[in-house]
Design a protein around this ligand. Structure first.
Ligand code: FAD
Length: 542
């Protein structure tokens, strides 16, 4: 008898698994059960239809049951919710219909978390997960012409939706309960994102949360008691795996709240595979269990499960969480571990702020790139970047380095494409690795802004030198910093105490590095360059 493969959920992981299974087994009977009215739609594109960037709604619908059948001979049952899995008899119940399986793949995704807030009604509050949600938001804006919106939650979807609503002409407030937007990132990047929003007139409120809604006045009440006008509200405070079926079925769920799977994407029942946002996976760097609700991992896990249900033995080795988000004309991207995530791993981080291509070629834009690495082994652990151009390219290079198990010394040697319109002879990735290697070797020790601020708070004996020129210093400086411009340093060494820890900084880090070298070669022992200089410092002292 032909193998029967049933798949629950027909979008990122599910549709990929089905198509891959067909490529492996031409004779299998493959059926997708999808609760919604669409398969294989582009969830990641939903905010960009609301913004108006994507003009045609049909561009988001990548396949139909007919196109899927004609290409893959896969049965797609839309508007069909699986309500029970019978593991003994091996069938899935949807309505009154039983779908018998030899192998079952679950890719049910995750639901947006909806907080319980008094006064909120479905009329004008939304979450965004699928085409129906998108249509509701789009139609609400078209029919009601709201003037103001509050977006609750400053992560990826909140950021994309705040931008989309601005593009639709609304006055937007973006609320984040943590101190910085994009709480998963290091705080200076959250601050850069905040500034990008402020530039576009968005009211960004951090360290506060929605606590209630006054429908008569259309106002959100915040925990602090402040009120914000909100003709519409969008909640984007995170997602929770869809586990109703799994719980009834008795499959094991891990501490992270995702379904436990092995490296073949098999759950605790070897005939049931689980992929995508529902699955508990391994962080490829730390080996810790985690959930990474992103499209790339879901697609790759789906592909692996599609192979394995047909007898393959493909392994999923985990994710490093590479991700990117557009903030109007700026971009933030990250991969691997941040400074705060790597805190207990004997790791260091450095920041550089080079141009994205040669400064002398028109259109050069500064970007900020932070590289995190093991201080013991030099292994590359993570990167974050913010800027206008070339941001994700650098982060993608570093993501590749992480997967390849490369070290900062390898990044120094990386031959990357160069011509002035594209990069510099030393690409920002090379630059970040030079600074990292100089630090690791003790040639030019650095501290991160975070480390410096903590040090400054706890130790008033440190000596801080600002090596920028007096004009730069006058425009803004950090409390207690003595201005010794780099060109004067060799003549003013006597002003610097030999018995104190010395922290130097310039605007972006390079002159601080030169000062470090002068001081270290002049008999000073405990000297540190504040990585990223005043540009980074100023972001965190805001
Ligand atoms: P999904 O793609 O969500 O598919 C699950 C499907 O299962 C759903 O269609 C659901 O209806 C169906 N289902 C659930 N239960 C049942 C049932 N009992 N019976 C039948 N069907 C069922 N990731 C990125 O990497 N980059 C991005 O830019 C990005 N942007 C995003 C923007 C938005 C607005 C959203 C919502 C997500 C975005 N993501 C992004 C995340 C990405 O879309 C998800 O990680 C990915 O879709 C997860 O794939 P999945 O197969 O696990 O679940």
């Amino acid at each position: 008898m032909n193998k029967r493969i049933v798949i629950i959920g027909g979008v990122a992981g599910g549709a990929t698994a089905a198509a891959r299974a067909r490529r492996s087994d031409e004779s299998a009977e493959i059926t997708i059960l999808e609760r919604g009215g669409y398969i294989s739609f582009a969830n990641c594109g939903l905010p960009y239809y609301i913004s108006g960037d994507i003009k045609s709604r049909s561009n988001l619908i990548l396949q139909t049951p007919e196109s899927f059948y004609s290409r893959y001979k896969i049965q797609v049952k839309l508007n069909t919710e699986a309500t029970q899995i019978n593991r003994t008899e091996k069938f899935v119940l949807a309505g009154t219909e039983k779908y018998y399986y030899d192998k079952l793949i679950l890719s049910q995704g995750a639901n947006p978390i909806l907080p319980e807030i008094p006064g909120i009604s479905k009329e004008n509050s939304f979450t965004l997960r699928d085409i129906d949600d998108m249509d509701k938001i789009h139609n609400f804006i078209d029919s009601n012409s709201p003037k103001t919106a509050v977006v609750v939650g400053g992560g990826f979807i909140g950021i994309e939706m705040a931008e989309a609503l601005v593009e639709r002409g609304l006055k937007v407030s973006l609320i984040e309960k943590y101190k910085h937007l994009m709480p998963i990132a290091d705080p200076e990047f959250g601050e850069s994102i905040r500034r990008a929003f402020i530039e576009k007139g968005v009211n960004v409120i951090t360290s506060d949360a929605a606590a209630g809604y006054k429908p008569s006045e259309k106002k959100i009440i915040l925990e602090t008691g402040n009120e914000l006008s909100a003709d519409m509200i969008l909640f984007s405070i995170g997602v929770r795996p869809e586990l109703e079926l799994i719980k009834q079925t008795g499959l094991e769920i891990g501490k992270t709240g995702g379904v436990i799977v092995n490296e073949f994407m098999q759950s605790s029942d070897p005939d049931i595979y689980v992929v995508g946002d529902m699955a508990e996976i391994t962080n490829r760097i730390t080996g810790d269990k985690t959930r990474i609700p992103l499209a790339g991992p879901a697609n790759r896990q789906g592909r692996i499960a599609g192979d394995n249900v047909c007898g393959g033995k493909k392994k999923y080795t985990g994710s490093i969480g590479s991700s990117v988000v557009k903030v109007f004309d700026k971009v933030f991207a990250m991969t691997g571990l941040t400074e705060k995530q790597a805190k207990n791993l004997e790791a260091s981080s450095v920041t550089v702020h080079p141009n994205h291509h040669a400064g002398y070629y028109p259109g050069a834009k500064q970007l900020s790139l932070k590289l995190t690495f093991s201080n013991k082994t030099g292994k590359v652990l993570g990167a974050q970047a913010f800027g206008s151009e070339g941001v994700e390219k650098r982060v993608d290079v570093i993501a590749t380095a992480i997967i390849g198990g490369l070290h900062i010394e390898d990044l120094e040697e990386l031959d990357l494409c160069y011509a002035p319109p594209f990069s510099s002879a030393n690409d920002p990735v090379n630059m970040a690795s030079f600074v990292s290697s100089n630090h690791k070797a003790g040639f030019s020790p650095t501290v991160t802004v975070e480390e410096f601020i903590t040090k400054q708070k706890n130790d008033n004996s440190i000596f801080v030198i600002d090596v920028r020129n007096p004009d730069e210093y006058k425009k803004g400086n950090i409390a207690g910093a003595v201005n010794i411009p780099l060109p004067e340093m060799r003549d003013r060494l006597s002003e610097i105490p030999k018995d104190k820890e010395i922290y130097v900084h310039c605007q972006v880090g390079f002159r601080g590095h030169l000062a470090n070298r002068i001081l270290l070669q002049s008999g000073f022992k405990n000297v540190f360059n504040i990585s990223g200089g005043y540009k980074s410092l100023e972001l965190l002292s805001a």
